[in-house]
Ligand binder design. Structure first.
Ligand code: CMP
Length: 137
């Protein structure tokens, strides 16, 4: 059990989004993030739908699609789902696993609390949101 927890903590530390986190912040992420494996082809976010999770890809690749067109590809260390959670608007794109995807999934309320308590994470997430909003416009 202890080993499992350490493995999860080590995994979280290895992701760029969490690289600058304090030990306390890493423990907080470990407590709220579920490790999930998705099958190839699985739709991880649906354009136009409500969003309730924030997802960090640990391994594997996914495409970001708008109106059926691929607008970006995401891989290990990339995250998605922040736009719906931070703007309160529907998902701007679909995200589809192109192969098996290992991910950390954080639900909305825990994600909001994390951003309030970890400014370093908030900065990175907000920067990505601004860039993506501009490219989606
Ligand atoms: P959200 O709108 O919640 O759900 C779809 C997600 O796709 C969106 O959040 C972003 O995380 C992600 N996304 C949208 N546009 C881009 C883009 N241009 N590049 C990378 N990811 C994107």
């Amino acid at each position: 059990m202890r080993l499992r927890k350490n493995a999860k903590t080590t995994l979280i530390r290895s992701l760029p989004l969490f690289a600058g986190c304090s030990g306390r912040e890493i423990s907080q992420v470990a407590a709220i993030a579920d490790e999930v494996t998705f099958r190839p082809g699985r739709v991880l976010a649906t354009e136009g739908a409500d969003g309730r999770e924030f997802v960090v890809i640990v391994d594997g690749r996914a495409t970001v699609e708008q109106d059926g067109n691929v607008i970006a590809t995401l891989g290990a260390g990339d995250f998605f789902g922040e736009m719906a959670l931070l703007t309160g608007r529907p998902r701007v794109a679909s995200v589809v696993a192109t192969g098996p995807v290992d991910a950390l999934v954080i639900e909305e309320r825990a994600f909001r609390r994390l951003l309030d308590e970890a400014p370093g994470i908030r900065d990175q997430v907000e920067r990505a949101l601004a860039e993506r909003a501009r490219s989606a416009a």
